[in-house]
Design a binder for this molecule. Structure first.
Ligand code: PBG
Length: 323
């Protein structure tokens, strides 16, 4: 008798496949990244991210409510300021667009969702780097930490539940944790972008936030070829007080995600980033991929690799499909 083993038995009917399915994908596991532009009169489309916009304060509020009603687990906010300077003043100013928008959403949504903020300077600096520059034009790690601490406290005060330090400065989690505690925000958490790679897939995001960056981020973001380094970054962030960690991007780094999930004592997030979104949208628009199936396969794969939560620009739409 051959074949002796018949794995296909478990695939015979939809009910059988449902019974043996290993990976869950639920709306609550999805986090929606959102952009809000200072002074925007109407939502501005982002050409390289069809379907994603730079929101006005008002359209942001509406889209956030829609996302929460669809059951998404959280919102991650990015600000696009009207003016920029060398030190990213808009990031720490309580009237800066990101802080204003956080206050809008917290008053609209209260604790109905988990409100997160990007704790990074690149959107706010006129040179586009994630930190302050030293005299030689390099990114000054320790000077930047002071600003991150101030930015983190401003975001906590504006109503963020979780801060997302994404600048890859050494010590950023510890410094922000200390500043939050000193300011009485011991319940504000940190979702640390622990392993963040210097990726070409951020391309569309740079358009999304009108990035001013000229060079690259290779002196602070990780080399795409390195995996071991990611585990060290995770270990350090957890030791410094991270409440959850993130791997970013997702699709080209599923091995890193799997390794992180195996060792992390805290929840693990993965960011299905702008370039990953754009690839699927472009192919689907050409009729080359079945859009809905592809999106669900992408998100399921990221969950299978070990992410407890997935940041994705499809969060609201996918949540509706999953419902
Ligand atoms: C930095 C930041 C970036 C992204 C999230 N936070 C850009 C970068 O590091 O260059 C990228 C997100 C995406 O591509 O979807 N504030």
């Amino acid at each position: 008798m051959f074949p002796e083993h018949r794995p296909r038995r478990l695939r015979t009917t939809p009910a059988m496949r449902r019974l043996v399915s290993e990976t869950t994908l639920r709306p609550r596991q999805l986090i929606l990244p959102m952009f809000v532009a200072e002074g925007a009169a109407q939502p501005r489309p982002i050409a390289s991210m069809p379907g994603v916009v730079q929101h006005t304060r008002e359209s942001l509020r509406k889209a956030a409510v829609d996302a929460v009603q669809a059951g998404v687990g959280g919102l991650m906010l990015f600000g696009v300021p009207a003016t920029r300077d060398a030190v990213g003043s808009g990031a720490t100013d309580e009237n800066g667009i990101l802080n204003v928008a956080l206050r809008d959403l917290r008053s609209e949504l209260g604790d109905d969702t988990v409100l997160m903020a990007d704790t990074c300077l690149d959107e706010f600096t006129d040179h586009g780097h994630c930190g302050l520059l030293d005299a030689d034009g390099g990114v000054d790690n320790d000077a930047t930490l002071k600003v991150y601490a101030e930015m983190g406290v401003a975001q906590a005060e504006a109503g963020a539940h979780l801060l997302g330090p994404s600048g890859m400065m050494d010590g950023q989690v510890g410094v922000i944790r200390q500043a939050l505690d000193d300011a009485g925000h011991q319940d504000t958490g940190i979702l640390a972008y622990s392993a963040k790679y210097a990726s070409a897939f951020y391309g569309p995001f740079r358009e999304a936030v009108d990035s001013q960056l000229k060079g690259d981020r290779k002196s602070y973001q990780q080399d795409p070829g390195n995996a071991r380094e990611a585990l060290r970054e995770i270990e350090l962030d957890v030791a410094e007080g991270a409440d959850a960690i993130m791997i970013k991007p997702a699709l080209s780094y599923l091995d890193v995600l799997r390794a992180a999930a195996e060792v992390s004592p805290v929840p693990v997030a993965a960011y299905n980033i702008s370039g990953e979104y754009a690839m699927v949208e472009a192919a689907a628009a050409n009729g080359w991929l079945d859009r809905e199936r592809t999106i669900l396969e992408v998100l399921t794969s990221i969950r299978r690799a070990g992410a407890d939560m997935v940041l994705t620009y499809w969060a609201t739409e996918a949540a509706a499909w999953l419902d």
